[in-house]
Write a protein that binds this ligand. Sequence first.
Ligand SMILES: [Zn+2]
Length: 549
Amino acid sequence: MDMLIVGLDGATFDIIRPLVHKGKLPHLQRLIETGTSASLRSTLPPVTAPAWSSFMTGTNPGKHGIFQWRTYDPTKYTCVDESVVTAARLVGTTFWDMLGSHGFKVGILTVPVTYPPWPVNGFMLSGYPCPDARKNYTYPSVYADSLSESYNFSADYYLGASEEEIWSNGLEMLRKRTSLAMELISEENLDVCVLVLGEIDRAQHDFWKYRDPSFPAYHSEKGRTFRHVIAEHYEVSDAQVGRLLELASEETTVIVMSDHGAGPHPPTYFHTNSWLKSLGLLEMRPYRPDPFVGGLRRGLEIVRSILPFEEQVRRMLPAGVVDRARRITLNISNVDWSRTKAYRFPMYHPAEGIEINLRGRQPQGVVEPGADYEEVRDRIIGQLRQAKDPLTGIHIVEEVYKREDIYSGPYLEIAPDIVFVTSSRFRAEREIGQDYVVPVPLKQLETYNGLHQMDGIFIARGRNIKAASTFEGARIMDVAPTVLYTMGLPVPEEMDGRVLVDAFLPSHVEAQPPEYSDVPVQAEGADLSLSPEDERAMRDKLRGLGYLS
Ligand SMILES: [Zn+2]
């Protein structure tokens, strides 16, 4: 095997370093000591779907088209169309397609956004989201019967499962997926194996509140039972890396990485629309009780008590009602669009968007394209840089960008006009009409306790890779070019990422500098379109896992 890539979804050095220090992660420790490591900056937003899409294509979301679990649609005030992203929406060619076309045998296991599977030179088992019905998750499909259901998350399972079950299931899934990868590596004689393990991310979302006694929603009684669940997921993941390393030789390049980091839910909300209202950029209509709202809420409660998924409710409703329901969830049903210049475009923590209400794009746009648009956008960016918590004076925003500063490609147009990253004490949220900075209610912190962070991990060890070194500036879209370079192939110019040359021995880079090729990459010919039933099943699944609002 030439190359082994293990993706630990959501893994962060903030947890790895102290565990390494205690000697709890011997295999990762050895990789760090005999190889090189770096923080790996995620996509904006740092969400599993766009991040792993940038990993596999080496491109930014503006090029591969995936920004979230749903597709952005700036022509709607709800900011999304209602379809769920799949491999069918992913634009571009993956590095394993390129490796395959050069004759390398690849095994691609449970990488997110690879359903439906497509032909590869080797084997593929799709990662989530996948529909739950008995569908084909594998290429070649001969494996489907034996593998399909058991290697993916089940929303039904998470809905009905106790915390103890989620805990033990996560650990079991880590072992099971690794065993499958080991079987394939040995039996299929793979050159390159990519395995993504999603369990650390799940554990961090569900168990952060039990981990840290200083967290406001820390539960001391349950904390005794669950305090080490996240650490245990890292330790078991480390053991799986160890099992896989037994199949690697000194010649094998090993990469352990994550798609984003993780951290506790911040203690404070920043209500973006309230803030825009305070600047006179967003206006509300006089309050009118909407009988639809009360009726819809009551109706949803009744139906939810019968059906587990809101998605199942949605599919029974006409499109207009779904749109109104989403406006209510986003709290924008009373916005006076004819007097509003800018509004919130929800992304995912810690990223947040702001959209200009542009004439000709938005249904009731008021800002003229051109100079007016730029003036409003510059004014908001200036105000965001200065935005502070009125009580503490702490800066709310850490980074702020025009969309063209961070995205390029055919999908730039669907990105929010402004993208910003909140500082660690703030999470952007949806209320309008109250203070724009408010403490997060304890009840919320009990539900949402672990969230994503921008920095994931990158650890590499191999023949031409530096030992016991660290470097900076690595981004998730740099991984695909780095893989191609390691395998001796040129990097297509259309990849936005660059080879992480700092990871390699200078003598090697000098003798064999990266080659960039302007030959267009062959697009995938396979038809990956989904049936409406599949797409609905996938939405159910994502919602059940808490990824969709
Ligand atoms: Zn993730």
